[in-house]
Design a protein around this ligand. Structure first.
Ligand code: DOR
Ligand code: ZN
Length: 336
C-alpha cells in the first residue's frame, strides 16, 4: 500500500492539560484528530460549567488558526455527587461524559473516589440524562498488575444496576478486561490506546528503565497485549480508539518520582496504520479510529478525510516539550 485515505480520526480519550502547555498540546492534537474527548484531571479538576466553558474556549482559541474544523467534547470529574440541575448545566457547556477516577490510581487522582457506590445517586442521573460514564478501571489497593482485573467486579455491577447507562472502560490493558467487555451488554464499551496495543511491561522495566513508556494502567504481559490486539482488530463495535495521550514534560518523566503517561498524539494514527496493516486488518482501521466511537457516543460520523502516504517520518526527540512515543525513530507513514 502506498497511501491510505481515512475519515479524520476521533480520539475519545485525550489529556490536553492546561495553561501555556495546553496551547501546544491542543494544536498538535488538532492536526491529528477531527474531534477529541478531553479528560478533566487538570488542577483544579474540571467540575463546573464555568470551568468547562473556559476550557473549551481556550482549546478552540489555540486551534482555530491551524485547524478551524477541530471539535472538542468535554468530560467533568466525578469526584462528588452532582444534582440534576448541575448536570444539565454541564451538558450545555459541551460535557458528554463523566469521568470516574478511583482514589490515587493515576495522575491527579488524590481527589478520587474510595467507594464507587457513594456516587450511585449521580450515576443514576447520568443514566437518566443520557451521559456516558467513563471509567478509569483500576482498584486502588490491589497489586499494580492486578488493579484492572480487580476493578471488573464494579464494572459488572454498574452494568447490571444501570442497564441503560452507556459505560466506557477506558484504556483496557488486560486479557480479563477485554473478556469482560466482550461479555457485558452492548451498553458497555472500551477504549484502546496505541501504547497498550504495542507495549508490555518489558518495554518499561524489562531491560533498562524506560520512563516514557510508564503509564497507568501499566502495560502488562504479552498475553494481555495480545488480547487487547485481538479485540482491537476484531471489528467488534465495542472497541474503539481513545489514545489516552498524556504528555508530561521531559523533566517530570525523567526524575525520581516520574509521572505516568505516554505522549502518543503526535504519532498515534501513523502507528495504527502500520499495526492494522501488519495484522492484515487494514479494512477495519476506519471503524476503529472514526466509526465505532462516534456511534457509541451517538455522534454523527466524521465526513472530513485525511490521507497518509507511505513515507518515513522521523519523530523528533521532543514535541511540545514532551518526549513522544517513538521519539527519535522513524515511522512508516506521514500525513500528505
Ligand atoms: O498514564 C496515565 N496518564 N494514565 C492516566 O490514567 C492519566 C494520565 C495522565 O493524566 O497523565
Ligand atoms: Zn487518561
Amino acid at each position: 500500500m502506498k497511501q491510505i485515505t481515512i475519515p479524520l480520526p476521533d480520539d475519545f480519550h485525550i489529556h490536553l492539560r492546561q495553561g501555556d502547555a495546553l496551547r501546544e498540546y491542543a494544536k498538535t492534537a488538532s492536526l491529528q484528530f477531527g474531534r477529541v474527548l478531553a479528560m478533566p484531571n487538570t488542577v483544579p479538576p474540571l467540575t463546573t460549567p464555568e470551568q468547562l466553558k473556559k476550557y473549551r474556549e481556550e482549546i478552540l482559541d489555540a486551534t482555530s488558526a491551524t485547524a478551524p474544523h477541530f471539535e472538542v467534547y468535554l468530560t467533568f470529574k466525578l469526584n462528588k455527587n452532582y444534582s440534576e440541575n448541575e448536570l444539565t448545566e454541564l451538558r450545555k457547556q459541551g460535557a458528554i461524559a463523566a469521568k470516574y477516577y478511583p482514589f490515587g490510581v493515576t495522575t491527579n487522582s488524590q481527589d478520587g473516589i474510595k467507594n464507587i457506590e457513594d456516587l450511585y445517586p449521580t450515576i443514576s442521573l447520568l443514566e437518566k440524562l443520557n451521559f456516558v460514564l467513563c471509567l478509569h478501571g483500576e482498584e486502588p489497593n490491589a497489586f499494580c498488575l492486578d488493579r484492572e482485573k480487580e476493578f471488573l467486579k464494579h464494572l459488572s455491577k454498574l452494568a447490571k444496576e444501570f442497564p441503560n447507562l452507556r459505560i466506557v472502560l477506558e484504556h483496557i490493558s488486560s486479557a480479563e478486561a477485554a473478556e469482560a467487555v466482550l461479555n457485558l451488554p452492548a451498553t458497555v464499551a472500551a477504549t484502546i490506546t496505541v501504547h497498550h496495543l504495542i507495549l508490555t511491561l518489558d518495554d518499561i522495566i524489562g531491560d533498562s528503565l524506560m520512563p516514557h513508556h510508564f503509564c497507568k494502567p501499566l502495560p502488562k504481559f504479552p498475553k494481555d497485549r495480545d488480547a487487547v490486539r485481538a479485540v482491537a482488530f476484531s471489528g467488534n463495535p465495542k472497541f474503539f480508539l481513545g489514545t489516552d495521550s498524556a504528555p508530561h514534560t521531559k523533566e517530570k518523566k525523567e526524575c525520581c518520582c516520574g509521572a505516568a503517561g505516554v505522549y502518543s498524539a503526535p504519532v498515534a494514527i501513523p502507528i495504527l496504520i502500520t499495526e492494522f496493516e501488519n495484522a492484515g486488518k487494514l479494512e477495519l482501521l476506519e471503524n476503529f479510529v472514526a466509526g465505532f466511537g462516534a456511534d457509541f457516543y451517538g455522534l454523527p460520523r466524521q465526513t472530513k478525510k485525511i490521507t497518509y502516504i507511505k513515507e518515513n517520518q522521523k519523530i523528533p526527540e521532543t514535541v511540545d516539550g514532551s518526549v513522544p512515543l517513538y521519539a527519535g525513530t522513524e515511522i512508516l507513514y506521514s500525513p500528505l
